[in-house]
Design a protein around this ligand. Structure first.
Ligand SMILES: [Zn+2]
Length: 254
């Protein structure tokens, strides 16, 4: 079947009905509108989740991308202007209702393609509820498919937010929106305990914990964006798209 678009929002209901005769997978990108330091756009997580989903869907040709959920759980960033947050309960409910609607039309494999770590607990709760009610397969990807890239190329051990990773990936997909003259290492006040996890790279033994970004960082950046490069970002996207395409194809044949 030749699709004009893999973005559900650009299709007609007839196109979706036709697509569902052959494939049952849909991605729901989930993002945030939250501060990303003095140098990255507020919508980074939402834009990236949608961008990655579309690239992968176009390559895989066996999944559609639903309109993104542009707001997320960003309570910890509210000290910085422009941040808009949902409560975890609201995000859970929106994700749950979107998921249930999609299953009613026949999508029985749903992947929440999540661009923001703060959304994960709410999405996991929604996934449990969708599964219990509809028996659909529901999964969540929060930068989970490229741990080997992070291990190999990200030098900052506490890289968590608007730092080396996210600045690199934004240089690679929206360079014109990176305010390069403001890329700087923040003054960080990291927690004293070696058991508190922060960042993409830290494996256990660690506990998760709730924090306010402003208590940790003067600029909102948690990490070191001066270590970012467009090359690292391009490598990250290439691998992320490859892995996601592979996952979508596996879902399609499941
Ligand atoms: Zn982000």
């Amino acid at each position: 079947m030749k699709m004009r678009s893999f973005y559900l929002g650009e299709l007609t209901w007839l196109d979706v009905e036709e697509f569902l005769k052959a494939h049952k997978t849909v991605m729901v990108p989930v993002g945030s509108c939250e501060q990303h330091g003095p140098h990255l756009p507020l919508d980074t997580d939402a834009y990236d989740a949608f961008w990655l989903s579309l690239k992968a869907a176009e390559k895989a040709q066996c999944a559609l991308v639903a309109p993104p959920i542009y707001y997320g759980v960003s309570l910890h960033h509210m000290d910085f202007p422009g941040t808009i947050t949902l409560s975890p309960q609201t995000l859970e409910q929106v994700a749950y209702e979107v998921g249930v609607c999609l299953t009613k039309h026949g999508f029985n494999k749903i992947l929440f393609e999540n661009g923001h770590g703060g959304n994960t607990p709410a999405l996991e709760a929604a996934a449990q509820r969708i599964k219990a009610e509809t028996n659909a397969f529901v999964a969540i990807d929060t930068v989970s498919l490229i741990p080997d890239f992070v291990e190999k190329f990200i030098e900052t051990p506490y890289d968590a937010h608007a730092g080396e990773f996210e600045t690199s990936t934004t240089l690679a997909n929206r360079e014109s929106l990176v305010v390069k003259e403001r890329i700087a290492k923040p003054q960080l006040t990291l927690p004293k305990s070696k058991y508190t996890k922060i960042g993409l790279k830290e494996a256990g033994p660690k506990v998760s914990w709730a924090f306010r970004t402003k208590e940790l960082s003067n600029t909102g950046v948690i990490g070191d964006p001066t270590k970012a490069s467009k090359d690292k970002g391009e490598k990250a996207w290439k691998l992320a798209i490859e892995r996601l395409v592979d996952f979508l194809k596996e879902l399609d044949s499941m």
